[in-house]
Every structure is written in C-alpha cells, then in structure tokens.
Design a protein around this ligand. Structure first.
Ligand code: FRU
Length: 424
C-alpha cells in the first residue's frame, strides 16, 4: 500500500501553531465573540438522561441532513440518578452535580429526531449494550452515506485505551418517527502512534478522540480530523520561540506550559469507504498554549477552510487564558497555514459571569452554533448553580474573512436541516 505522500504527491505539511502571542489577544466578554447569557430557567430535554456533545446527522461534505423530513441528532448521553443512594447526600438530597460530573464514565450514544429541527424526541441507544468494545462511547460523527439510509457512525471507544472506530447501520423512517437499525459490528480504525500523536503510555492525561471525517471540497479525497496531543513523554515538550510567538517584553517566561500539548490531528483514507486510514502530522498544534483542542470540525466557505475546535479555561497553560467555548482558525488550503480567527482564535466563549454555562460548540455551515448547557448560576455570587445536561439556545454567527460575529440567538437545540434526503 502506497503511503499518502506517494499517493497524493504531497510533501508532509508543517503543522500550524496557535502561539502564546495569539492567545494573549483573547478577550473574554467581547460581545462579538461571547455567547448571550443563558437564563437559569432553561427547559430540559429529558428528566431521565443527561445529554452533552451533540452530533447532527450530516453528509460527507458537512451539510446537516434530514431524512424524509426528519431531523436527526446523536448525543453523548448518561442516565440521571435522582433516586440512586449513591447520589443521595447526607441530607437526603440528590447530588446532581456529582452525578453530572461522573457522566463521562458512562457515556453512551443516543439518537433523537424531530420534524421541526427542535423539540427533540428520544429515539434510544444507537448500539445495544455489549456491541461497543469499551465502557465509554465518546464523541464522533454520524454520516448519512446515501439514499438507502446507510449511516456510518465514527466515534471514540474509550476505557480501556482510546480507539477511533466506526460502526455501520441504517436510518429508517415512518410517519411517526425514526429508528436506527444495525450498528452491530464496530470496526477499530486507529489509535495514537506515539510518534505524531501522544499515547497513554507517554501521558496518562493524553487525549485522542472525536473523529470528524469529511471530503475535501478541493481535492475530493476523504480525510478525518480528530483531537490529539503532540507525541512525546509528558514534560518533554519544548516551548521555544515558535510556540511563544511575538510577545511583548516581559512575556517570555513560559512557566510550566510544556505540559499543555494539544493538537488537531488529521488522517487520510486509503480507500473510498473510509475503512483504512493513515495518520498524518497534526494540522494545528497548541504546545505551551492549551492541553485540549476537542471535537475539531470544518466549515468550508468562500473557498476557505474554517477549522473550529472547543477548549476550556482549565486546560490553558501558565500565563495565558480564555473562556470555555469554541476557537477557530482559517486557511486557504487544507494543510494550512492556519491563522487564528479574530486574531486570538476565540470565536464564541462563555461570558465571565457564567463561565460554565455552555460547552461543546459545533459550528454548522449555515453559521448556526449548537452547544449544551453545563451549569448556570442561580444566585448573584455564583455559588448556587443549576445543572443542565440539555441543549443550549443556538447562536447565529457570521463568518467573514478572518473575523466572526455573533448576530442572532435561536431556540434551545435548534438544528435545522440544510438538505433533505428522500430515502429510496
Ligand atoms: C467534549 C468531550 C469530548 C469527549 C466527550 C467525553 O465535551 O470532552 O472531547 O469525546 O466530551 O464525554
């Protein structure tokens, strides 16, 4: 099998850098890049389950797609335990915060459907218990492959390890709703290699997850983005001139920022079906800046590549900071060089008065940004909070050249289709 470089005649690209100087430009609470306040009286999608990462059904080109007029989303989902003694505190109250914080360990893929692109109805689990090879079913992407309704779900099988996998099934519609059938055989695709992407052996806090396959609008080939960390033993990374960037006098000290090593990974498919993949060097690295660039995804617009990724305040390195939210970068070609949007990279952050109100933003090609509600303060001091585990209001955004602007707010969980496919 020829390697990608032979097959496509490309020289390996240079990873673009999100530098400390870029991150110094991040300004929380700039109204053009801040999500409007989420009110504490938000509605909840379900009292039985928490949901967080939301993955709209889409085609390989990134278009959010309905089938026979039904919109479909997949969500990371975990049962709520209001009556489980494990989550009842000494005063007899349900400790929802602890239940919510524990959710990652029992995350499962569920799907929901809707006629209106909101007011989602719970469809159920995508895979039956025992189908997925590991305990956790973490984020990924459901792709509608054709008008037969075939769906490839790419996701991350976690604990033990972290493997990018896919499972094929089919979406079936009736007048009354949608079901997902099949999804019985999970195919492992690849894991971190330790040469380009950090492994668990190199760092027990490694990240390797969140596959987002796509067809490059320019070369037509099949690629996949994913979240990774730059390979190497924890603590061995160098934060040098390139990673620091052009900082003002007094900003040369990088502290312990060598521990923050996020990157956006990319792989290329060797076959048309996306069953055989080759990892390529990261598209973007954030060594010395941030430790997590999660759920990377693209919007292709005006012949440009808009790369979005979510990140947290707590994963920033010493001496740089920014809000929880979605960050973005733009390039004229797939392999870069990428430039941070809005100078800093910040595209849509939480307001500092409600730093955890939303997370896991997903920017759709129509400029709509969906996310989930994490927690919203219910008093002035922010000590009392209400846990979400449900869809946040959708935000409308304009992308213009190297800038983005918040321009609208829509209903909770509003994810309208861009295309409808009539099943044969
Ligand atoms: C983002 C995220 C993903 C991961 C999942 C785990 O919210 O951290 O990167 O797949 O949640 O629950």
């Amino acid at each position: 099998m020829k390697s990608n470089t032979e097959k496509f005649g490309k020289t390996p690209h240079q990873s673009s850098l999100w530098t400390r100087a870029d991150a110094l430009k991040v300004r929380a609470d700039d109204p053009t890049t801040t999500q409007p306040l989420v009110s504490a009286d938000f509605p909840v999608l379900s009292n039985e389950v928490f949901i967080w990462d939301t993955m709209p059904l889409r085609d390989m080109d990134g278009n959010v797609t309905s089938v026979d007029g039904w919109s479909v989303i997949f969500t990371l989902t975990a049962d709520r335990h209001p009556n489980d003694p494990e989550y009842i505190d000494e005063n007899g109250n349900y400790n929802i915060t602890r239940d919510w914080n524990d959710r990652h360990g029992r995350a499962k893929m569920y799907y929901w459907f809707s006629r209106t692109g909101k007011d989602w109805k719970l469809g159920g689990r995508v895979m039956a218990e025992g189908v997925s090879p590991t305990v956790r079913e973490w984020a990924g992407t459901p792709i509608l492959l054709n008008d037969q309704g075939e769906v490839d779900l790419y996701y991350t099988a976690v604990t033990p390890g972290a493997t990018i996998v896919k499972v094929r099934g089919r979406v079936v519609t009736t007048e009354h709703g949608v079901s997902m059938v099949g999804f019985e055989k999970v195919k492992p695709l690849f894991e971190a290699d330790g040469k380009m992407y950090q492994t668990e052996a190199q760092n027990s806090f490694w990240g390797f997850r969140d596959p987002w396959p796509f067809r490059d609008p320019k070369d037509g080939n099949l690629y996949m983005l994913f979240e990774g960390n730059v390979a190497g033993e924890r603590g061995s990374h160098k934060v040098g001139e390139a990673e620091i960037g052009d900082v003002p006098p007094g900003y040369e000290n990088v502290g312990n920022s060598r521990f923050q090593t996020a990157c956006v990974g990319i792989a290329v498919a060797r076959d048309a079906d996306g069953d055989d993949w080759e990892m390529l060097p990261p598209l973007l690295t954030a060594v010395g800046v941030n430790d997590q660039t999660e759920r990377p995804h693209f919007v292709f617009q005006d012949g440009k590549y808009y790369l979005f990724t979510i990140s947290h305040t707590f994963t920033y390195a010493d001496g740089v900071t920014g809000p929880d939210g979605v960050y973005g970068f733009v390039a004229d070609s797939l392999f870069g060089p990428y430039v941070p949007l809005n100078g800093s990279g910040l595209v849509l952050g939480n307001p500092s008065s409600q730093p955890f109100q939303t997370y896991s933003h997903y920017v759709m090609p129509n400029g709509l940004v969906t996310s989930f509600i994490d927690s919203v303060p219910t008093d002035e001091t922010g000590t009392q909070i209400r846990i979400g585990g449900t869809e946040a209001p959708t935000v409308g955004m304009k992308i213009k050249g190297q800038q983005t602007f918040v321009v609208a707010e829509y209903d909770y969980g509003f994810i309208p289709p861009m295309l409808d496919v009539t099943l044969k």
